[in-house]
Design a protein around this ligand. Structure first.
Ligand code: S3P
Length: 170
């Protein structure tokens, strides 16, 4: 049976922090719906995130991202994972604060790099020095991520264990 959450749980944090994996497991354990905002953008646009960036640019992507997040927040409460840049936009922070508990999956550079380096699909990491880019983004974003309701250390470990730890502190 589906449980009722009082408000959404929105996972934020860098690419590779485990938002989609932990979000899926968290929703399963809480018996609520799970939505990944990037997947919702891709299905609405019938294009991959990389194709949207390449064809229409980042500003266009950020506008679609904000629309999708606003729309998902209007649904009955569930777990929502967001793309790594979503929390950087004030409009998204405001909408999420109004409707959700925001949880920062706080992860160190080496763990993030270990997880993202094999997957070359992230448009922001298509640079000559992807690890350096990841580090720069992490340093720039961490102070903003830190304004989430909950700072949750997503250190290496299985998705199951991480999700169990998260449920304990929710
Ligand atoms: C981005 C992260 C990606 C995706 C897009 C931009 C970012 O999502 O939204 O490539 O700005 O960090 P993940 O965090 O799920 O990789």
């Amino acid at each position: 049976m589906k449980q009722r959450l009082r408000r959404h749980i929105v996972l934020i944090g860098m690419m590779g922090a485990g938002k989609t994996a932990v979000g899926t497991e968290l929703a399963r354990r809480l018996h609520v719906s799970f939505t990944d905002s990037d997947a919702a953008i891709e299905s609405a646009a019938a294009m991959s995130i990389s194709e949207i960036f390449a064809r229409d640019g980042e500003t266009f992507f950020r506008d679609r991202e904000a629309e999708v997040i606003a729309r998902l927040l209007e649904r009955p409460p569930g777990v929502i994972s967001t793309g790594g840049g979503a929390w950087m936009q004030e409009r998204n922070r405001e909408a999420i604060r109004d409707h959700a508990l925001s949880v920062w999956l706080n992860c160190d550079l080496e763990t993030l790099w270990h997880r993202v380096r094999m997957r070359s699909t992230r448009p922001l990491l298509q640079t000559a020095d992807p690890k350096g880019t990841l580090q720069r983004l992490l340093e720039e974003r961490n102070p903003v991520y830190a304004t989430a309701d909950l700072d949750f250390p997503a250190r290496p470990g299985s998705v199951e264990k991480t999700t169990a730890r998260l449920i304990e502190v929710l």
